[in-house]
Design a protein around this ligand. Sequence first.
Ligand SMILES: [Fe+2]
Ligand SMILES: [Fe+2]
Length: 159
Amino acid sequence: MGKQARAIVDLSLKDLVKDLNKAYCDEWLAYYLYWYMAQIVSGRAYEDISEFLMKIAKDELEHATELADLIVKLGDMPPANPMELEKNANNPYLMPPKNTADINRIIRIVTEAEAGAIEVYNKIAKKTLGKDNVTYQLITHILSEEVTHEEMFENLMER
Ligand SMILES: [Fe+2]
Ligand SMILES: [Fe+2]
């Protein structure tokens, strides 16, 4: 991002980049968690759940990619060391259930993670509204996908 592009950001760049880096860490944790649960899930309807988890995992990886791109454009860097991911995340890593056939628990874990993401992105959207239109646009795009994820899994729960 050029000088003028940065100059129009009417916020503390340091603060903004910190928020974006934390969200980036959340995305990697979500990606890993969903991807992992997609591999180990068993029991009734495991194929459907696995497919859903993989689909959402891919979205989370895409979110991490989009955030990394923005962080770099803003003149900063996402963490280089994966050990930093959980340390810097907004929310702690949610452990997958020991019982791999516990699909209800898997669904609850995903809805909890999505609720956390919605809260984080809603906060960043409020902070950037009218202050940094580029970030606002990306964040509301991600937010709308997190809302869809939550809904997909909430619907599974009601089944
Ligand atoms: Fe995400
Ligand atoms: Fe999500």
